[in-house]
Design a protein around this ligand. Sequence first.
Ligand SMILES: [Zn+2]
Length: 290
Amino acid sequence: MTATPGRIADMAQQHPAAIRALETQAAQEAIRPLAQALAAAQQDATRQWVRATRPGAAMDPGTLERILAAMKRLLATAFRGQAAQAKKTAERAAYNGALLGARQAASIAAAATGLPRPADTSSAIGPQAQAAVDYIPTAIDEEYQHALALLTTATAGAFGGALISGVFNRARRAVTRIARSVAVAVTSAVAAGAAAVARALGPTTRLLWVAEPGACVACVAYAGRSIRPGQLFPGGLTVDPRRAVFPDPIPGPPRHPHCRCDLIPWRTEWHTGGTPLPDLLRARARRGGA
Ligand SMILES: [Zn+2]
């Protein structure tokens, strides 16, 4: 029994929810150590600041220097070892993403051909995911340096009592950037896993873009488009250029951070009648997803 295009589209449109779940869980796991360390360091810094200030009196320069040095030490401790840990978590999440993508793609192939689903094989995470993982230490260090640069007597004078929250809010941008990198690593790896399955299915197999339900105006324009594995989707597609355009050609999702579109293998000879699957996916995406 082979599945109809409608049934395959239904299956494919359930993938983004699983991708989102994996991405969210991985991002939470990756950000937790730094988020907790920064929260503890901020509490400590606030306590020291309060102890050193007297209401109505300006802080003497010696005390201020001492507090700034203490805050630098607190920040250094909070950031120590975080890059390596976040990178390791992101890499593991990307491997799980590649496996998920391969499993999803294999299920689609099985439904379309009526043949049993091939056994899971481990998949490479792909160069896009690897680049996102490798960038994490740089992103963390950039935000650490920006936060550190606020700890001068000049900025302390300008910020006053808001110095601590200013510094730690700046430092927390590192947390946001970890989450973003993990998201890109996971969704890129999912696409790489699907591409590996498509390659294994033979040279006439294409990779078909499935927009996530409620996709943005750019992703909607990619729905139903296909490429051969190793090719690139064109850059710049959108159904509303005023709202979102991404110029670079790409091998697959994510079109942007937190895009959960996905790729499925597709061969024209799998078509069993009715509206062809690419047209169906395009029509559904333009209607607004599900
Ligand atoms: Zn998307």
